[in-house]
Design a binder for this molecule. Sequence first.
Ligand SMILES: *[C@@H]1O[C@H](CO)[C@@H](O)[C@H](O)[C@H]1NC(C)=O
Ligand SMILES: *[C@@H]1O[C@H](CO)[C@@H](O)[C@H](O)[C@H]1NC(C)=O
Ligand SMILES: *[C@@H]1O[C@H](CO)[C@@H](O)[C@H](O)[C@H]1NC(C)=O
Ligand SMILES: *[C@@H]1O[C@H](CO)[C@@H](O)[C@H](O)[C@H]1NC(C)=O
Ligand SMILES: *[C@@H]1O[C@H](CO)[C@@H](O)[C@H](O)[C@H]1NC(C)=O
Length: 416
Amino acid sequence: MKPRITAALASPCPDNPKPLILFISSSLLLTTLFCLYNYSFSPGQQGVIVYYSLLPSSGNVGNSTGTSSKGHCNLFSGDWVPYAEGPYYTNATNCEMDDRQNCMKFGRPDTEFMKWRWKPYECGLPLFDATEFLELMRGKSMAFIGDSLARNQLQSLLCMLASVADPTIVAHAPFAKIRLWFYAEYNFTLAFYWSFHLVRSEDAEVNVNLTRMNVYLDEVDETWATQVENFNFLIISSGQWFLRPLMYYEKGKLVGCYLCKKQNITDLDVFYGYKMAFRTSFRTLLNLEKFKGITFLRTFTPSHYENGYWNEGGTCSRTRPTPKHEMKLSDYFSELHSTQVAELTAAETEARKTRGPKFRMLEVTEMMTLRPDGHPSHYGHPASANIKNPDCAHWCLPGPIDTWNEALLQMLKTEG
Ligand SMILES: *[C@@H]1O[C@H](CO)[C@@H](O)[C@H](O)[C@H]1NC(C)=O
Ligand SMILES: *[C@@H]1O[C@H](CO)[C@@H](O)[C@H](O)[C@H]1NC(C)=O
Ligand SMILES: *[C@@H]1O[C@H](CO)[C@@H](O)[C@H](O)[C@H]1NC(C)=O
Ligand SMILES: *[C@@H]1O[C@H](CO)[C@@H](O)[C@H](O)[C@H]1NC(C)=O
Ligand SMILES: *[C@@H]1O[C@H](CO)[C@@H](O)[C@H](O)[C@H]1NC(C)=O
């Protein structure tokens, strides 16, 4: 019998009232940040089958080239194929790699998960060429905006570039909200803006477990919004932090909440908050007077807890990609995905009307849905650390997440 599994619902649910500080003070506790809420999902809903729609049918969003008979290729429609050569870097490479995703360091015994490449149906996805990437970025700047998964991709990129150049760290408080690297030889600035909701948010209460957060859906997070006007490329993403209990504010007033279980407050769903946060973010970019950059939405990726949710002994112990017919994206994840895609498409349409900045999509949802083998599980910390729940939300470095930067390079090449 074929196992039928659904990419599960992941959420940060800290056991601690101050998740960010927790995150700062102990790398080993991060797994408590990526965990699951299951208020609204019964296991009975697992296995609801929906294939995600890939690219919106209109516009240039997600436009990426490659060689195919039609001269145009959707890089994100394809499948994983075996690739014996293995990864671009290892745990011995001199690059910044968070321990929690350094699966080699902590002795992940299987290596097959590093030996697959993404093969778009219509063309080939070229190997990442670090020199080519840096040449393209000469005199330019790129910022990653988002949560720990945005950092996951950024670190993948830092490691993929490590064979060619070492950046100078310009702003280096390891857990600061803003971090900057500079590749002097290429005059290339790389930045990371830690902004997990993209809009302003804060803890709603102190000293309780599973802290609710206040999210100001119409107020962009200034951590990034005040910084990016002169950037050439932005890679923006957000996900798991919307899946926890949230109090939604607009115009400074409480308009509803998600999972707050308060009778006198309007129940609004997760999609509402997700939609509004992206809308506010994209509008901010559309309205930034000097901003002429290209914004890439890196789409949502699911976690893969099997045989139980994160806190019910769920695991991710697979060692190879799952064939498409065995792995489906849940309705829930599918709707998160379509919600963000709809906002990006709307922004792109608006931008075209007003000759505003460009919007593109790094459509990684499908490819990563097929990679339950790509997560750190228990190989993001020493075996001796007493961490009960596996991490089935982040991605091992090296691992399938490196594909995101392979695709990013191909898309950048088409932008001229
Ligand atoms: C993709 O972009 C290229 C270059 O800008 C353009 O020639 C091509 O028509 C676009 N394809 C689609 C499907 O939009
Ligand atoms: C790198 O990974 C190998 C294999 O898992 C391990 O034996 C070694 O200790 C690791 N080295 C470092 C520096 O992390
Ligand atoms: C480096 O790039 C910046 C733009 O990011 C540009 O203003 C500056 O002139 C460049 N410097 C050199 C030395 O090329
Ligand atoms: C939070 O959880 C911990 C461990 O599960 C428990 O010991 C503590 O009493 C809880 N605190 C509150 C305020 O509920
Ligand atoms: C909801 O009810 C609680 C307790 O009855 C009260 O403290 C709170 O202010 C109310 N909230 C709103 C938004 O009316």
